[in-house]
Design a protein around this ligand. Structure first.
Ligand SMILES: N[C@@H](CCC(=O)N[C@@H](CS)C(=O)NCC(=O)O)C(=O)O
Length: 199
C-alpha cells in the first residue's frame, strides 16, 4: 500500500472530497492540516503554491479534483464504464464551477455577504433544478452504485446549507441523496470523527 499524505488547511474545503474517498476505501493516510499562520513559509515549498496536495510515495499531486479523481479510480468510485466516468466527471465539474463563483477570500464582510446572498438566492436554484432532473428517481447520480460525484454533492451541499439551510427544501430527492451518502457506514464514521470546522 502506498504512503499517502494529504496536505491542506484545517478546513473541509477542497480536501474533503479526498478525505471521503480515503474514509470509504479504508486506505490509511496522513491528514496533514497546516495552520494559516504557517502558510507563508510553507507555500514556496509546495509545487504550484496551492493546497490541497497529495503525496503518494513521495510524488506530489496538486489540484483537488485531480487528486480526488485519482483516489476515486483507485477505489472503484469513478464510474463503472467510460461513459459513467465522463458523467461523474461532468457532475463534479458542474458542482465545482458553482462553488468557484463564491468570493471565498473576500475580506470585506458586507461585500462578501452580498455576493454570497446573490449566488445562493439567484444562481443556486438553476443548479439545483438541473441536478434534480439529472438524478431523477435514481439512488445515485451516475449508474447503479455510489460514485465520487455523490460524495462531491454531499461535500459541496454541506457547505452551501451552512449558509442557507433551506436551500434545497424544494428538492427532497437531492436531500435524500445526501442522507444516503451520509448513511454509508465509513462516511458516517468519518463525519462523526472529523475535526469540526466552519467550512
Ligand atoms: N483549483 C485548485 C485551487 C487551489 C486553491 O486555490 N487552494 C487555496 C485553498 S482552497 C490555496 O491554496 N490558497 C492559498 C494561496 O493561494 O496562497 C484546486 O482545486 O486545488
Amino acid at each position: 500500500m502506498p504512503q499517502y499524505k494529504l496536505t491542506y488547511f484545517n478546513l473541509r474545503g477542497r480536501a474533503e472530497i479526498s478525505r471521503y474517498l480515503f474514509a470509504y476505501s479504508g486506505k490509511k493516510y496522513e491528514d496533514h492540516r497546516i495552520e494559516g499562520a504557517d502558510w507563508p513559509k510553507i507555500k514556496p515549498t509546495i509545487p504550484f503554491g496551492k493546497v490541497p496536495v497529495l503525496e503518494v510515495d513521495g510524488v506530489t499531486i496538486h489540484q483537488s479534483l485531480a487528486i480526488a479523481r485519482y483516489l476515486a479510480r483507485e477505489s472503484g468510485l469513478a464510474g463503472q464504464t467510460p461513459v459513467e466516468q465522463a458523467l461523474a466527471d461532468a457532475i463534479v465539474d458542474t458542482l465545482d464551477d458553482f462553488m468557484t463563483l463564491f468570493p471565498w477570500g473576500e475580506k470585506n464582510q458586507d461585500v462578501r455577504k452580498r455576493a454570497f446572498d446573490d449566488i445562493l438566492t439567484n444562481k443556486a436554484p438553476e443548479l439545483l433544478k438541473d441536478l434534480d432532473t439529472f438524478l431523477g428517481d435514481n439512488n445515485w447520480l451516475v449508474g447503479k452504485s455510489v460514485t465520487w460525484a455523490d460524495f462531491y454533492w454531499d461535500v459541496c451541499s454541506t457547505t452551501l446549507l451552512s449558509y442557507k439551510p433551506d436551500l434545497a427544501d424544494k428538492y427532497p430527492r437531492l436531500l435524500a441523496l445526501r442522507d444516503r451518502v451520509q448513511a454509508l457506514p465509513a462516511i458516517a464514521a468519518w463525519i462523526q470523527k472529523r475535526p469540526k470546522t466552519t467550512m
